[in-house]
Design a protein around this ligand. Sequence first.
Ligand SMILES: Nc1ncnc2c1ncn2[C@@H]1O[C@H](COP(=O)(O)OP(=O)(O)OP(=O)(O)O)[C@@H](O)[C@H]1O
Length: 231
Amino acid sequence: MKTLEVNMVSVEIGKNRLLDAISFELEPGQITALVGHNGAGKSTLMKAILGIVDKSSGKITINKTYDFDNQFLDFKQLISYLPEEPLLLTELTVMQNFQLYGMSYGIAEEDLSKRVDHYVRNFELNDKLNEYPESLSKGMRQKVQTICALLPDTPVMLIDEPYMGLDVYAVDFFEEVMKEKASNGTSILLTTHQLDRVKHFADGYIMLQRGEMLNKGPIGDFHTIQRRSKE
Ligand SMILES: Nc1ncnc2c1ncn2[C@@H]1O[C@H](COP(=O)(O)OP(=O)(O)OP(=O)(O)O)[C@@H](O)[C@H]1O
């Protein structure tokens, strides 16, 4: 049984081929680190899965049934996404941003309020619910965006560079939540440059290089990223 299946996905922008025939599958309950140099194509791959960037070819499905090309709205509901840069709506308060996520993923009000309460206490944002994103520090905005991504219970999570701006307590709590989500069956794909952290945390890895899949396998087989040769 697989959750996300990505089959021969390519992305071209103008004459540039940003991703070249990428294929991989995620198992339920597995955390997979997506690694590679700056510019390797990690964020582009996540954006292609979410339809933020158009794929030029390839097929993406979730649970074999939900197809990116034929049931995009149902497909997207099954993915929670933490973008590299916070994408909060500046005209909404922190709580209203959470409510918007709750509505778009159909989370019952009572569940939403319990989850918000749990996450804001642990990320130490309980006194910020009525603030607007621009009055928060960068790290606090990152925490708010992180909570947005944690609120829904989806079979697939795409997490792009989660550690940036988080303090050490927030990082520990975040990893605890990831493990808990995975133990409940969520497949997590996570990009990061903090390779030492993911080594003890992920089950598998996928390595991209210049838009191509260089290799993949269990995390125990991952050693390091070779220094990029001069082009
Ligand atoms: N909208 C775009 N138009 C043109 N080129 C783009 C676009 N978005 C990304 N690229 C290019 O695609 C390549 C991959 O970028 P991407 O952001 O996916 O890399 P990354 O692996 O996530 O890097 P990092 O580790 O620095 O976040 C880069 O060469 C980048 O310049």
